[in-house]
Design a protein around this ligand. Structure first.
Ligand SMILES: [Zn+2]
Length: 417
């Protein structure tokens, strides 16, 4: 062991997170938006830390901050380590940023150890994962992965600024954002360390987990149609109450989701005409449905849909479904995931916990160009995230750094076998 170096890396990663937290557009709280002046400051700061760790640095055509340490020989394909530097509004200090800081520390350790890896190491701080400014997520990682679409340039923020104008103000050429695309043969994979953003590790009393997949979501606008009528004058046997039918469906969504290990959330319900003394004639509800694997999620949806049809038929109601968003789950690559599990074992945890990510991550976009895997670390306070109370312990960060480094070395072992 090398306790002084270990402590230095952990302390530095946490100090850097604290320093980034001060680069905010809010007086009180953290908000760092895509292509903002704060984004520019953060990139400059992170680039300096990358250089201190021995990397060459550049900002790519999409505003992603990149750094590179060559491997055994120059110009080898790269194992990319990273996460994002943008935040939600009133964010915590670790979502995204900690993953970038730990990636830099891994590179620092590899360089200090004098190891010659059979690949280059690159670190990337993605410019936009959250989608806070333009309402569309993963803008930085999509450009990196070659799935950028110039139609995105017309997106506007709350003030009406287009993405194209924001890119220009930032110093980028909006017509060339797609040039950030990397070719698959330049890459051997992508590893990301991220806080869990949930309570599972805390509940299981574990510091780390390997991620099995990043959940895909399906989102629906659902409409139940009945007939409005006088609340006093319409007897029960004549009612076609859309909201009561919808309520049965909502309760069943929770039951089916629990039974199938998926997550179904009805976040919005509206009844029409909405009078206090009127039987609801129409009920509209939203459904967000997520699962570890697509088949499981789709199976849950089929059961929800079948149940709703039965209820609506019994109650004389109509049932309409509009699916307005669908993203497939992204499974972590088996070989890279095995390296992450080896990394966790290297910290003394003989049986690594495996979790699926309920939240979206840059890896969902990056998977279009190279294999991905993720390491989760515990966050405290019941796993709260996207909130100023987000927290990690130095001991967990130390474990995550050790596991992350060991995972990189495990990938090197796999490739020299
Ligand atoms: Zn994140």
């Amino acid at each position: 062991m090398k306790p002084a170096v270990v402590a230095a890396g952990v302390d530095r990663a946490l100090a850097h997170c604290a320093e980034l937290a001060r680069i905010s557009s809010l007086q009180d709280g953290i908000e760092r938006l895509h292509l903002s002046p704060e984004h520019k400051l953060a990139n400059a700061l992170v680039a300096g830390w990358m250089r201190e760790a021995g990397m060459e640095t550049w900002q790519d055509a999409a505003g992603n901050q990149c750094g590179r340490l060559e491997g055994r020989t120059p110009d080898l394909p790269a194992l990319v380590l990273g996460s994002h530097l943008d935040t939600v509004t009133d964010a915590g200090a670790y979502d995204g940023m900690l993953g970038v800081m730990l990636a830099i520390e891994v590179v620092d350790r590899v360089r200090r150890s004098g190891r010659d890896l059979p690949f280059a190491l690159e670190v990337i701080g993605f410019s936009d994962e959250e989608g806070t400014r333009f309402g569309t997520a993963l803008l930085g990682s999509r450009a990196f992965a070659g799935t950028w679409d110039d139609a995105l340039l017309t997106l506007t923020d709350r003030k009406g600024t287009t993405l194209a104008d924001a890119a220009r103000a930032f110093g980028l050429d909006p017509a060339r954002i797609g040039d950030a695309a990397r070719r698959p043969e330049e890459l051997i994979g992508y590893l990301e360390t991220h806080i869990e953003q949930g309570p599972h590790l805390e509940d299981a009393d574990r510091a780390l987990a390997a991620v099995s997949s990043i959940a895909g979501a399906r989102r629906f606008a659902l409409t139940v149609t009945g007939r409005a009528g006088h609340a006093g004058g319409t007897p029960y046997d004549r009612r076609r109450d859309a909201l009561v039918g919808a309520a049965e469906v909502i309760v069943e969504i929770e039951r089916i989701a629990k039974e199938t290990g998926t997550i179904g959330t009805v976040g919005r319900v509206r009844a029409f005409p909405g009078g206090i003394n009127v039987v609801p004639g129409v009920a509209r509800l939203s459904l967000d449905l997520r699962g570890e694997f697509d088949e499981q999620r789709d199976g849950a949806w089929d059961r929800i849909d079948a149940f709703a049809r039965t209820v609506c038929e019994r109650r004389g109601l109509g049932w309409q479904v509009e699916e307005f968003y669908r993203a497939d789950a992204v499974p972590c690559d088996g070989r890279l995931r095995a390296a992450v599990e080896d990394g966790i074992r290297a910290t003394g945890d003989a049986e690594p916990t495996v979790l699926w990510s309920r939240a979206g991550h840059d890896g969902m976009a990056v998977a279009a160009v190279t294999d991905i895997a993720m390491l989760f670390l515990r966050c405290g306070n019941g796993g709260i995230s996207h909130h100023p109370d987000e927290t990690v312990t130095a001991a967990d960060v130390a474990a995550a750094l050790d596991a992350f480094e060991a995972a990189v070395l495990a990938v090197a072992d796999q490739r020299s076998r």
